[in-house]
Design a protein around this ligand. Structure first.
Ligand code: ACO
Ligand code: ZN
Length: 173
């Protein structure tokens, strides 16, 4: 399942890009934290990253090329109320943070790391995946829709600057 080679061939003027998808290892910590700081205003302590990795290694995935970190996704498995269908508690995979370096965007890397992470969620027997996203984050919302996530609710003022979040959810097989 891991260590596969993602590849996108030349298409128009898009450059060929090869990258390796694999599970996070502690040695990736500084590069992942740097990518997080470059790409998102929501940043975390090193303990937060390491704790998520120790608890849920199968859903913490990185994309790298020749030792250069291109992107990451990290998730948490939680028990919560079903966002769809009948009520009751279900196991859910929560996408906590995902980012791809600006110079390598729009080459399928986010799609690849999410898909690997969704496999990890299924390994943990999660029945749904969900995440919060800024309502103005059009690239991310388009990405999640392409992967079958649907907007299930809006949380007013979710972010520290007051912006609202959509909660987006996808059923897992
Ligand atoms: N505009 C429109 N659609 C887009 C865009 C965009 N800028 N970017 C991605 N998409 C959609 C498209 O449907 C795309 O498929 P296509 O290229 O065949 O049309 C599909 O998503 C897959 O795109 P990827 O190439 O896999 O996405 P990328 O590797 O560029 O990463 C990401 C997308 C992660 C949103 C990136 O733009 C990024 O890091 N943004 C800053 C950080 C961020 O916003 N992270 C998400 C926050 S929410 C959270 O973490 C839970
Ligand atoms: Zn969240």
């Amino acid at each position: 399942m891991y260590g596969s080679l993602g590849q996108q061939l030349c298409e128009g003027d898009r450059m060929e890009l090869q990258y390796n998808l694999r599970k996070f290892v502690p040695n990736d910590l500084q590069a992942v934290m740097q990518t997080n700081r470059v790409c998102l205003p929501e940043n975390y302590t090193d303990f937060f990253f390491i704790d998520l990795h120790q608890r849920f290694p199968e859903t913490f995935i990185v994309a790298e090329d020749d030792g250069k970190l291109l992107g990451y996704i990290m998730c948490r498995i939680e028990m919560g109320l079903s966002s769809m269908g009948l009520g009751g508690l279900v196991r859910k995979g929560h996408v906590v943070s995902i980012a791809v370096m600006p110079q390598v965007r729009r080459r399928g890397i986010a799609q690849a790391v999410i898909n690997k992470s969704l496999e990890g969620m299924q390994y943990y027997r999660a029945k749904q995946a969900f995440l919060e996203v800024r309502v103005t984050n059009e690239p991310a919302i388009a990405l999640y829709k392409k992967l079958g996530f649907e907007i299930s609710k809006t949380i007013n003022g979710y972010y520290s600057d007051g912006e609202d979040a959509y909660v987006m959810t996808k059923k897992l097989p």
